[in-house]
Design a protein around this ligand. Structure first.
Ligand code: MRU
Length: 338
């Protein structure tokens, strides 16, 4: 067993007076290189191009983008609009920008905006630690779990959401084995989650995304644990493409399904998952693996990068405010208001 501190060594988003330093997630796990953003537009491009990704991390990066715009006396409304347009699905981006906009409207100067961005970052780290405890408490000792995409330190201020529960669960002796899906086409699971788990010494096995149902049928996992990009008011949850089919398979095989996300991912203004804008990315992401073309020239593709899991398939939504079991509209409203 290891301490939680041992499990929290990566920081992908770092403010270094005057620049936002981002660990370039396009190049992991083999190249660890940092990109310095010096304007809000550079941050927006980094978010769009997945230098920084993961719902909480893009919200934090965008908040620092507003600080960069303020330091340059740029048009803040225009900067916020461009940051907001960088990606559509993760509501943490809009939430962080709305928070910065509210401070601007209240007359905040650049120093106050810097403090607000730092608070957004610090609060996310604290939320992840709390969710780790709450989520791990739901898991029986000796369990094995399957996760999808990357929800770790790379995707957040640190520690992670679903991966934070896995870190806390492993440290507490609850989790014996982790399985990570590759997460085609961008391979967040293969490239990023496996990197984080191996650094932490957590027993991890990579599976092809298409092996998940077979894994569940074998009885090898007791929980599927995933993050979220947006949770609608009724608990319907948008997350990385492939999450929905994991939830269907989990219910079929009697495997529990846990969503872990900070309250900044909860969107009470969107009634159901049908109202969530699902990002479509360049079909070319499907035409190559590791830069090597695998598909015949002239082929077409459809590349939605998120899907929506209906709340009926979710056993628990864990936020820093508590665990909501069998989530629905009434149970979310009791925690998050109207
Ligand atoms: O396209 P990405 O890599 O930004 O998608 C990330 C996910 O879907 C994560 O599961 C989600 O943002 C939660 S991260 C704590």
């Amino acid at each position: 067993m290891q301490t939680l501190e041992h499990h929290d060594t990566i920081r992908a988003v770092a403010w270094t007076d005057g620049a936002l330093r981002l660990l370039d997630q396009r190049r992991l796990p083999f190249v660890e290189t940092w990109l310095d953003c010096r304007s809000a537009d550079e941050v927006a491009i980094a978010i769009r191009d997945l230098v920084v990704r993961g719902a909480p991390a893009i919200g934090i990066a965008a908040a620092w983008g507003v600080v960069l715009a303020a330091r340059q006396n740029a048009d803040l409304d225009a900067a916020i609009a461009r940051l907001r347009a960088a990606r559509p699905t993760a509501v943490n981006l809009m939430w962080a920008l709305d928070r910065m906009r509210a401070r601007i409207a209240a007359g905040a100067d650049t120093a106050a905006l810097e403090r607000e961005a730092q608070s957004i970052q610090d609060e996310d780290l604290a939320a992840n630690r709390r969710m780790g405890e709450l989520g791990a408490a739901l898991i029986a000792a000796g369990s094995s779990v399957l996760t999808h995409c990357n929800t770790g330190s790379l995707a957040t201020a640190g520690f992670g959401t679903a991966l934070g529960v896995i870190r806390a669960g492993f440290a507490a002796g609850k989790i014996a084995q982790v399985y990570a899906g590759e997460t085609r086409p961008w391979l967040q699971g293969a490239r990023l989650t496996m990197w984080e788990l191996l650094r932490d010494g957590i027993p991890a096995k990579l599976i092809a995304d298409s092996a998940a149902s077979h894994l569940m049928k074998s009885g090898a996992v007791q929980w599927v644990i995933v993050g979220a990009d947006r949770i609608a008011a009724n608990g319907d949850t948008a997350n990385k493409i492939g999450t929905y089919q994991l939830a269907i398979a989990a219910r079929h095989h009697g495997v529990k399904f846990m969503v872990v996300a900070p309250s900044s991912t909860v969107d009470m203004q969107t009634a159901t998952g049908d109202g969530i804008d699902i990002e479509l990315r360049d079909p070319a992401e499907l035409f190559a693996v590791g830069g090597q073309r695998t598909v015949v020239e002239g082929a077409q593709a459809w590349n939605p990068v998120f899907d929506v899991t209906p709340h009926e398939l979710i056993d628990a939504i864990v936020t820093e405010r508590g665990a909501i079991e069998r989530p629905d509209r009434a149970r979310l409203r009791a925690v998050f208001g109207a």
